[in-house]
Design a protein around this ligand. Structure first.
Ligand SMILES: Nc1ncnc2c1ncn2[C@@H]1O[C@H](COP(=O)(O)OP(=O)(O)O)[C@@H](O)[C@H]1O
Ligand SMILES: [Mg+2]
Length: 269
């Protein structure tokens, strides 16, 4: 009998080794290596143009690396196409929200989950009863997820009519519908009213507490310091340093490359 496997916290879920990706003459990612522990909430920080979004695209299979390797859950996924990577539970969100504006909030959730389960037009036409039953289950799950994100009241609104912060919540809710094992968020707080940042941070923390490993690209160092247990600093396409925020503040290279001007700002409220 197979034994129940406990969550292997602390073992790597994602490993990048010397990953390279150029665009024309620009080496956007230039030998980037880092490792993410299962169960952790890691921030990926660095100045604009450091290569963070390109790394997210490479890991998620939206781009292929020119060199290097990417291992997820012990399996080499270098160059594997995005839908296969998503099918293995590695889900990402985008720097700019990508909700379907003319669908309701509820429909936005149901439609992504359907895509994930490989629902096809063939099924819809030839096995309508099965589809309806699956849809009912999906709708119930979507309503449950919307409740958890405090979006129950918005479920029949067009997603395009929501505020910036609510769109970000829908984006998180959509990602959760895919039941990720590793969730990569590219600037989940971008365009969010400051009053909603703590709320979003709280939701991200609770996803991690519920067993999802989270990596988030983030510029707001105050929230990074508050909720993340590990930080990867990128500059010029490489990993400059890794550690906890308090260690990074005393790393002169990091301070020069990135933290300098921000360290003078009042940090914790
Ligand atoms: N599709 C692309 N075509 C050309 N250059 C790109 C493309 N994507 C990113 N770059 C360049 O790669 C570098 C890294 O960009 P990016 O990964 O978006 O950085 P970050 O997310 O850290 O701000 C930048 O110089 C950017 O202009
Ligand atoms: Mg970016």
């Amino acid at each position: 009998m197979p034994e129940a496997t406990p969550v292997d916290r602390g073992t790597p879920i994602l490993q990048l080794d010397q990953v390279v990706r150029s665009f024309g003459g620009v080496r956007a990612v230039d030998g980037c290596s880092f490792s993410i522990d299962r169960g952790s909430l890691t921030a990926l920080i660095g100045p604009n143009g450091a290569g963070k979004s390109t790394v997210v695209n490479l890991v998620a299979g939206a781009l292929k690396p020119d060199a290097g390797s990417i291992v997820y859950g012990g399996v080499d996924i270098t160059g594997v196409v995005s839908h296969r990577i998503a099918g293995r539970g590695l889900i990402r969100t985008f720097q700019l929200s990508r909700e379907f504006a003319r669908m309701t909030v509820l429909e936005n959730l149901v439609v992504v989950a359907r895509g994930q389960s490989g629902e096809s037009l063939f099924n819809a036409l030839l096995r309508p009863r099965l589809c309806r039953r699956e849809d009912r289950v999906l709708v119930e799950r979507a309503i449950d997820v919307l409740d958890r994100f405090g979006l129950a009241a918005q479920r029949d609104m067009y997603a395009g009519d929501l505020s910036g912060g609510q769109k970000r919540l829908v984006e998180l809710a959509r990602a959760v519908m895919s039941e990720p094992e590793l969730l990569i968020l590219d600037e989940p707080m971008a365009g969010v009213n400051p009053a909603l940042i703590d709320l979003l941070g709280g939701h991200i923390e609770s996803l991690c507490r519920n067993g999802i490993t989270v990596v988030m690209v983030e510029h707001n160092l105050e929230i990074v310091e508050r909720i993340c247990d590990h930080v990867v600093v990128m500059a010029l396409g490489r990993t400059l340093a890794t550690g906890v925020m308090s260690d990074l503040r005393s790393n002169s290279e990091v301070v020069r490359a990135y933290l300098g001007e921000r360290l003078d700002e009042p940090t914790v409220r």
